[in-house]
Write a protein that binds this ligand. Structure first.
Ligand code: TYD
Length: 225
């Protein structure tokens, strides 16, 4: 008899990545905070993939050009499908593989942006927009979503100071951006475990510390699991 059959199987170490998304209106400081989180995690020796939607892949860059720079209208459902197509390809070819390697994915915008912009902004049914994205990604949801909340009129001051031309969505009227903000806050209230809501008027460093604290908690909980 071999002793082999009595041996307890070695637990397979499944590498577990971490997926953090940043959400909020245009001009809320998502990109700055994503970069600060990346640096903080890299200092701890983590491998980080920084990405964004729309446009995190080659296919996504083409889709981004349509949704942001097409001159003239795009039917709301077509717009929702374009963002969902970008998302489907991004999650399948970039996000899931990185998480499977145990890496940290830090991403500007995800499906909450679709629910807020195409749902509340373009007035499609929010649940349908969400289900479309969940179908596109086979139900992928981030571990942490940071919502940088900012009054659209304050955001506008920041965007004006930037001196960049507005894209199709930035160029929308104030009430569009008010609806988007309210939709983000409602999403956060519905999923308090996933969301961390931060007042985007706080100093950059203070926001960064709040984000780091939450990410550290999630990483510590993962180690215990
Ligand atoms: P973003 O990359 O944040 O723009 P910028 O490079 O100017 O900071 O986002 C592009 C725009 O796309 C933004 O106005 C929000 C919009 N958007 C949607 O309407 N739906 C979506 O699903 C996503 C991901 C973005």
């Amino acid at each position: 008899m071999t002793t082999h059959s009595h041996r307890v199987p070695e637990p397979v170490e499944e590498p577990r990545g971490l997926w953090v998304t940043f959400e909020g209106g245009d001009g809320a400081g998502k990109t700055t905070q994503a970069a600060l989180l990346e640096q903080w995690l890299q200092r701890q020796g983590r491998t980080v993939v920084r990405t964004r939607e729309p446009g995190g892949t080659e296919v996504g860059v083409l889709i981004r050009d349509i949704v942001l720079h097409h001159r003239g209208d795009i039917a709301p459902r077509a717009e929702a499908l374009l963002y969902a197509a970008d998302r489907a390809h991004h999650v399948a070819t970039l996000v899931r593989p990185a998480l499977a390697r145990g890496e940290v994915v830090i991403q500007d915008r995800y499906l909450d942006s679709s629910v807020a912009y195409q749902g509340a902004g373009r007035v499609l049914d929010a649940d349908e927009v969400r289900r479309l994205s969940l179908w596109a990604t086979e139900g992928a949801l981030p571990d942490v979503t940071v919502l940088l909340d900012l009054d659209p009129s304050a955001a506008r001051v920041r965007l004006d100071a930037d001196d960049k031309p507005f894209d199709r969505l930035e160029a929308e009227q104030a009430d569009f951006h008010e609806r988007v903000r309210a939709a983000f806050l409602a999403l956060a209230a519905a999923e308090p475990d996933r969301f961390l809501v931060i007042d985007a008027r706080l100093p950059v460093d203070e926001i960064a510390v709040q984000v780091q604290r939450r990410v550290a908690e999630v990483l510590a909980a993962d180690l215990r699991a």
